[in-house]
Design a protein around this ligand. Sequence first.
Ligand SMILES: N[C@@H](CCC(=O)N[C@@H](CS)C(=O)NCC(=O)O)C(=O)O
Length: 210
Amino acid sequence: MKLYDFPMAPSPRRVNVFLAEKGIEIEKVEVDLRQAEQMSEAFKLINPHCTVPVLELDDGTYISSIDAINRYLEEIYPEPPLFGTNAKERALINDWCHYINVNGFMAVAEALRNSASRMKDRAITGPHNFAQIPELAARGRERVGYFFEDLNAQLAKTKYVAGDAYSVADVGAMVVVDFATGMAKIELPESLTNLKRWYMEVSARPSASA
Ligand SMILES: N[C@@H](CCC(=O)N[C@@H](CS)C(=O)NCC(=O)O)C(=O)O
């Protein structure tokens, strides 16, 4: 098994943190996004969507979405469970992962990719170029604010994002908070005390440095 990776980017980090939680070490191949290596003809044969992470299985199969990669790893390495231990837990974790992808990750990406000068004409990932739309950057920042508020409200009720146990939903949400506050420079409001309590706890786990 091999992971096509770029450690500075949030999406591969969601797999790297997951691997660290499982205590798994696998071969990694760096795809330098700063050099646009994801757009090369050689990499398009690995992932025509031109994104990282990609997991290559020993039989040459490629898996290119974060959730599919982490689910595959969960089946191969079930301990510790990060996708829940029964039908209800799995459903809630999947629910939150979907919410985090659509309203967290995509909102930060919308804010960043429509404003950063290095992403000119790269407002959306993939093989096709799209121009930036400044209004979408502003909308993305607004959406991230609501995402923080929603997580804060959830974390008033639960210890972790999807319930009492740490799960892949916490991995996703932590990486999105770091993506927002780091690359997109969107501050976490001091008033969101539940979110801050959770964020400090999950960020202190050894896996967070992956
Ligand atoms: N397929 C991934 C998305 C992966 C993704 O967006 N990766 C970004 C890095 S965070 C990327 O490869 N960007 C390439 C680019 O900016 O052209 C998913 O499951 O959501």
